[in-house]
Design a protein around this ligand. Structure first.
Ligand code: ADP
Ligand code: DP6
Ligand code: CO
Length: 350
């Protein structure tokens, strides 16, 4: 028997992946960039066990047994086994490839609520499988075949997913571009407006956008390409105010193409917009105080929950403001949708 347990953190995209050019291989229409959060915050934890005594493959997610027929898990397994069999040819002893497998995974945060559970989940699964079968080399291209965003959670800090040019997707991989402390003392606050499973999953939402949105053409051909260049420069120059503006602009554009999808694919709620407004008001104040290095930025994945990137020096001030504007107990304000805003100030490291 062989067993391995791993944890993998979520990553939060600042230039979003939204739209595929190949559904099966999960090849994106544009490059994206994200921050991987710290190993001890929002994580998936996965145990993979293989044994000659198991009579069938099994999979549990968050304590519930699920089918392993899921094609995405199967694609990851197939690729891992293909690489393992190559190693076997090079002289491994046991025929462990024929043993059945048990996979048991759980997230310590809401699943399918727009908080990147598929990213942490598939990165964790592929990393654990890689350990069990002794795979070396790039794992991001395998994690990508579970969920696109998962390829970025293989690495810590700031990570770029290169969309790649090749048809077989072998150059569609993630690479770290800056360490976790690139912007020193940075914190993330996750504002949970709604922790329920979203109505339209990311996979379906982005497919509908690609099929119906004209605005998406503009995003892919022009705006996201130039924003990507500006973001790389902002990161290189450690230009925090520019990083913030580009992050918010890209989140807004992603949700604009979602709105332009027919029928519209709406993820942000009144509460989400209220959090975004609060951030802009806060930043206006900082600008008037000539304190732009203490700017805050928001980004929203395919869900209503805000991720705020906050300089450590103002994290308490921002938390106090959030709790004042969205008191967890109030029931008659927009805050009624805020299921007790949960705040996780975390250090960005892996
Ligand atoms: P999210 O915004 O949370 O990433 P998605 O719609 O992209 O939501 O993906 C949710 C799906 O990802 C789940 O329905 C499940 O199939 C898969 N998933 C989530 N967590 C895990 C995990 N820990 N292990 C394996 N698969 C997972
Ligand atoms: C809004 O990676 O969940 O979080 O590849 O179909 O599994 P699939 O989609 P997924 O999409 C993530 C979309 C996003 C933006 C991002 O993480 O870049
Ligand atoms: Co996802």
């Amino acid at each position: 028997m062989k067993t391995v347990t791993c944890t993998a953190p979520v990553n939060i995209a600042v230039i979003k992946y939204w739209g595929k050019r190949d559904e099966k291989l999960i090849l994106p229409l544009n490059d994206s960039i994200s921050f991987t959060l710290s190993q001890d915050d929002m994580c998936a934890k996965t145990t993979v066990t293989i044994s000659p005594k198991f009579t069938e493959d099994k999979f549990w997610l968050n304590g519930k047994e699920e089918s392993l027929e899921n094609p995405r898990i199967q694609n990851c397994l197939k690729e891992i086994r293909r690489r393992a069999s190559k190693r076997k040819l090079e002289g491994s002893a046991e025929d462990i490839l024929n043993w059945h497998i048990h996979i048991c995974s759980a997230n310590n945060f809401p699943t399918a609520a727009g908080l990147a559970s598929s990213a942490a989940g598939y990165a964790c699964l592929v990393y654990a499988l890689g350990q069990v079968y002794g795979i070396e080399g790039d794992l991001s291209s395998i994690a990508r075949q579970g969920s696109g965003s998962a390829c970025r959670s293989i690495y810590g800090g700031l990570v770029r997913w290169h969309k790649g040019e090749l048809e077989d997707g072998t150059d569609s991989i993630a690479r770290p571009i800056a360490p976790a402390d690139h912007f020193p003392n940075l914190r993330v606050i996750i504002c949970v407006a709604n922790s329920e499973r979203k109505k339209t999953g990311s996979t379906d939402g982005m497919r509908q956008t690609v099929q119906t949105s004209k605005l998406m053409q503009h995003r892919i051909k022009e705006s996201v390409v130039s924003r990507m260049e500006s973001m790389i420069k902002a990161i290189k120059d450690k230009n925090w105010p520019a990083f913030c503006d580009l992050t918010m602009a890209d989140s807004n554009e992603m949700h604009a193409v979602c709105q332009d999808t027919f029928p519209p694919c709406v993820y942000m709620t009144d509460t989400s917009h209220a959090v975004a407004n609060l951030v802009h008001q806060y930043n206006d104040l900082k600008i008037s105080q000539r304190d732009i290095n203490h700017k805050v930025c928001y980004t929203f994945d395919a869900g209503p929950n805000a991720c705020l990137f906050v300089p450590g020096a103002v994290v308490e001030e921002v938390l106090a403001l959030l709790l004042f504007a969205f008191p967890p107990s109030s029931s008659q304000s927009p805050a009624e949708y805020v299921r007790g805003i949960q705040a996780h100030p975390v250090t960005l490291s892996k």
